[in-house]
Design a protein. Structure first.
Length: 479
């Protein structure tokens, strides 16, 4: 994401959101302006022309079907992901204290946020949010539920945005600070509180938490949970795969678009595809299990074999997709990209970049020069199983590629833009706004980007996701 967002309401509290939500757009200094006058074609880094924007095209053909993990190691990853995925249904109480759950109300007091009309969100808006949140009664529930459509976790019970000063790079569109994360249909939830008007539910998922429209979820009972947790998992492997179910009366009806990262219980499979369960909101807001058919080309029984070919097939569908801070408009930021991309392989990722950097063996780059960092990555990094972290951003290492006649490390990442400084010291962004493949120095040939410093200079370290082929210890999501 332009600024990798600490969007992990569950693991470190919603408070993290304020510290760097879109993980891919760094905080500018006061008074900085955007680089709106620079034509996009001229401002884009040369990497996007010199490097094929296809993971499959960059991987050695000879090893495309070689597994990157042993079956035993991958089974260990999957066991941990399953436990995390269904964890909200096993919780007896809310994981967050009042301060973490309602940090957005405190932020409203500083008067820095602007609405969709680019006017300040005044005291009336704050009073409305305080009345809706009724924080004094939190937590008022501990009721298991499920997302029945693709939806969003919001910091406040509203669809209205909260931008910081729109004239500053990284603080206007699309950086809605009330957007915490996207949630795909079929995601288990724990409802811990309701808004005063009953329209919004405060929920927790395996990776984040926030406010969801009540109409986008359904409550589950013991029989529903027992059936869903007893079945193996199916992963959707095609972006925006339409999922249809049998409506009452026997007619087929559209339910939602499956996304890479959508997980559903697998009932059966045959030569044509899979039979799975999908959730629907029934009478009185209770969940119903709907039988759905998904073609074999659109899904895979989990875990999907972790081979370069399979990972490239999924990753190439995300290339060029618009950047989406916190899942804004159902797009992905940098940490959401990795969370979704690795899920079909059974690998659990937290929701924000700093926690993802701790999901394995972290190798610090402290004290190293830029060239030394890249040399260490090329020496020790495992392509497709190594993450590169800088404060507010995270990337997936693809391996070595020839770029402008040099062997360079190349990365897959969702990014908003590259920080820039003009000759007078005014900060801006060269906006990329999508998922791309670059070196660790995209835009270094652009004077304003070089003046501000490249990604390589800011790298803090790399994370070996499976050191020795074993799954890492998963972070405590309730701490």
């Amino acid at each position: 994401m332009g600024r990798l967002r600490p969007v992990v309401l569950l693991a470190a509290g919603l408070l993290v959101l304020a510290l760097g939500l879109g993980g891919c757009a760094q905080r500018p200094r006061p008074g900085a302006q955007t680089l709106g006058a620079v034509p996009a074609a001229e401002a884009e880094p040369r990497d996007l022309r010199d490097i094929p924007q296809s993971v499959g095209a960059l991987l050695p053909a000879a090893g495309l079907d070689l597994p990157l993990l042993t079956p035993e190691a991958q089974a260990g990853f999957l066991e941990r992901l399953r436990a995390a995925h269904f964890a909200p249904w096993t919780q007896a109480n809310a994981s967050y204290g009042v301060q973490s759950a309602f940090w957005g109300l405190d932020k409203l007091g500083n008067g820095r946020h602007f609405g969709e009309n680019l006017r300040p969100l005044g005291p009336e808006f704050r009073a409305e949010m305080e009345a809706l949140c009724q924080a004094w009664a939190y937590p008022s529930l501990a009721r298991p539920a499920i997302a029945t459509v693709n939806t969003s976790l919001r910091v406040l019970p509203t669809i209205r945005p909260g931008f910081l000063k729109p004239t500053r790079p990284g603080e206007g569109f699309p950086f809605d600070y009330w957007q915490n994360s996207g949630v795909w249909a079929g995601t288990p939830l724990l409802v811990t509180h309701l808004s005063a008007d009953g329209a919004w539910a405060l929920v927790e998922t395996r990776y984040a938490g926030g406010w969801v429209r009540v109409a986008d979820l359904a409550y589950v009972d013991e029989a529903f949970m027992a059936r869903w947790t007893s079945l193996p998992l199916l992963a959707v492997t095609r972006e925006r795969a339409p999922v249809f179910g049998q409506a009452r009366g026997g007619r087929e009806a559209f339910l939602f678009h499956g996304r890479i990262g959508t997980l559903l219980p697998l009932v059966a499979e045959d030569a044509a595809g899979y039979t799975a369960l999908a959730p629907a909101r029934g009478a009185n807001g209770l969940a119903e299990s709907v039988s759905v058919r998904i073609p074999r080309a659109d899904a895979a029984a989990m875990p999907l074999g972790l081979t370069p070919r399979n990972l490239a097939r999924l990753a190439d569908q995300t290339l060029g997709q618009p950047y989406g801070w916190g899942g804004y408009l159902e797009n992905r930021d940098c940490s959401a990209l990795l969370l979704d991309l690795l899920a079909p392989f059974g690998i659990f990722m937290p929701r924000n970049s700093s926690q993802q950097a701790r999901s394995g063996e972290f190798v610090s780059f402290q004290g190293l020069s830029g060239p030394q960092k890249e040399a260490l990555l090329l020496e020790r990094g495992t392509p497709l199983l190594t993450l590169l972290h800088k404060p507010g951003h995270i990337m997936l290492y693809l391996g070595r590629a020839s770029v402008a006649g040099q062997g360079r490390a190349v990365m897959l990442h969702a990014i908003w833009g590259l920080r820039s400084l003009d000759e007078s010291g005014v900060e801006g962004r060269v906006v990329l706004g999508r998922t791309v493949i670059t070196t660790l120095e995209p835009g270094r040939e652009l004077p304003d980007v070089a003046r501000a410093g490249t990604l390589l200079e800011g790298l803090a370290g790399m994370t070996l996701v499976a050191p020795g082929g074993q799954p890492p210890v998963q972070p405590d999501r309730t701490r």
